[in-house]
Design a protein around this ligand. Structure first.
Ligand SMILES: [Zn+2]
Length: 129
């Protein structure tokens, strides 16, 4: 892991707490862990599920659906929307803040906004793995 990536993760950890207790989450080996030893593994795709209990994911998205959405967005069909969103964020959001995208999906729009606000950090939440 590069220093920049580690710094980014440390900045994001500053805004997260354990979903099971009020303790802050800290980096552990391929996981996040709180002082009470609640542990959340980092998936091989890089995301971290903070869901607790035995609830099933609510998304019905299949890997094929995600691939199709990614291809559609990368083809530029929504490029004007993506560009406008990034331009508005550059004007309205603090450049050194942390942006939350609730329902981040593929991360397409959050990535565009972060490209427009390089010092900002992004935190994407989604129920789908
Ligand atoms: Zn905890």
């Amino acid at each position: 892991m590069s220093t920049t990536h580690r710094d980014s993760r440390d900045r994001l950890l500053a805004v997260l707490t354990c979903p099971l207790c009020p303790a802050r989450l800290e980096s552990a080996d391929r996981a996040l862990r709180c002082a009470n030893r609640h542990t959340f593994n980092i998936a091989r795709h890089g995301y971290i599920s903070l869901m607790t209990g035995h609830r099933r994911p609510t998304s019905a998205d299949t890997p094929d659906m995600i691939r199709a959405r990614t291809a559609f967005l990368q083809a530029g069909h929504y490029a004007p929307l993506t560009r406008t969103l990034a331009e508005l964020a550059a004007v309205l959001c603090p450049s050194d803040g942390t942006l939350l995208d609730a329902g981040v999906g593929t991360g397409h729009y959050l990535a565009a906004v972060l490209d427009a606000l390089p010092p900002a950090m992004g935190l994407g939440l989604d129920t789908s793995t």
